[in-house]
Design a protein around this ligand. Structure first.
Ligand SMILES: [Zn+2]
Length: 277
């Protein structure tokens, strides 16, 4: 049934995207046409890593990207492929603690590629996890803490994603929208990343009544640099069905396009300190 549902979702997205979701202005924005993409998937099955390949690779290819797919991190040690890559998409929950996991040499290869201008992008736990690697968190710009609420509360809960930066290519023209019955990520975030969308915690305390988080606002979508490389992250996407929301898919694809262009443009200054006086 799930396979069938994913198939239908792929068909719907394949035929209606990107024609229905791009404004005229963005037709001349960043592009995946001719770009080399490495797609690494794996980790917790509950995040549908394999199914995400089936969903996204056809869309990326339709936009003209050449995509190589891997179910482990060995490609990060392949200097030739990493040198050629314009974008690495990583949907691999708990990259440093899963089996297989990213070893030191692979992490070094990833960093080298980003320094040279390869982009790094993904969503939810596939990129922003709670692994014990502070430098990895620094690269991504944040790490996962929790998704407050019991499963039964989450099933009926709803949170609103508010566009914080309306001028950026990735969020331009996107309206605020709601996510229902899924995980709202509470994260630890570098206060210098360029935040594009946020959400408010309205329902829950965490971990128990001893601590209140009601009224907290949390970045949901952001961008930053690592070296010349462009990094894009969105915490939405526990369930793949969330990409049926046009705003979610549009932002994700724009994030991929933007992150794939680090080698072709002068580095943008994306340091956006919120505590600067
Ligand atoms: Zn999740």
């Amino acid at each position: 049934m799930n396979v069938f549902k994913n198939f239908i979702l792929t068909l719907l997205i394949f035929f209606f995207f990107p024609f229905t979701s791009l404004s005229q202005k963005n037709l001349h924005g960043p592009s995946l046409n001719g770009k080399k993409v490495i797609y690494v998937y794996g980790g917790m099955k509950g995040h549908s890593p394999k199914e995400s390949v089936n969903l996204f690779v056809p869309i990326l290819e339709k936009e003209g990207a050449s995509v190589k797919v891997f179910d482990n991190f060995s490609v990060y040690e392949d200097e030739k492929l990493m040198n050629e890559a314009d974008l690495i998409i990583q949907i691999f929950t708990d990259a440093f603690t899963s089996d297989p996991r990213m070893n030191n040499d692979q992490f070094k290869g990833l960093r080298k590629a980003l320094v040279n201008g390869t982009g790094f992008a993904g969503w939810h736990g596939g990129l922003g996890d709670s692994s014990p690697n502070p430098l990895y968190h620094f690269i991504v710009g944040g790490d996962f803490v929790t998704h407050p609420g019991e499963l039964k509360e989450m099933k009926t809960a709803e949170y609103e994603v508010k566009i914080y930066d309306k001028e950026d290519y990735i969020t331009n023209g996107i309206s605020d929208f709601k996510i229902s019955g899924s995980e709202q990520y509470y994260m630890m975030i570098d206060p210098n990343v360029k935040v594009l969308a946020v959400s408010e915690f309205k329902l829950n305390n965490w971990p128990t009544d001893e601590n209140e988080i009601k009224g907290s606002f949390m970045p949901v979508v952001w961008k930053k640099n690592y070296g010349k490389g462009r990094v894009f992250y969105s915490s939405i996407g526990h369930y793949l069905r969330e990409f049926e929301i046009p705003e979610v898919l549009t932002m994700q694809m724009r994030g991929f396009r933007w992150a794939s262009e680090g080698k072709y443009h002068p580095k943008e200054n994306l340091i956006s300190p919120i505590y600067k006086k």
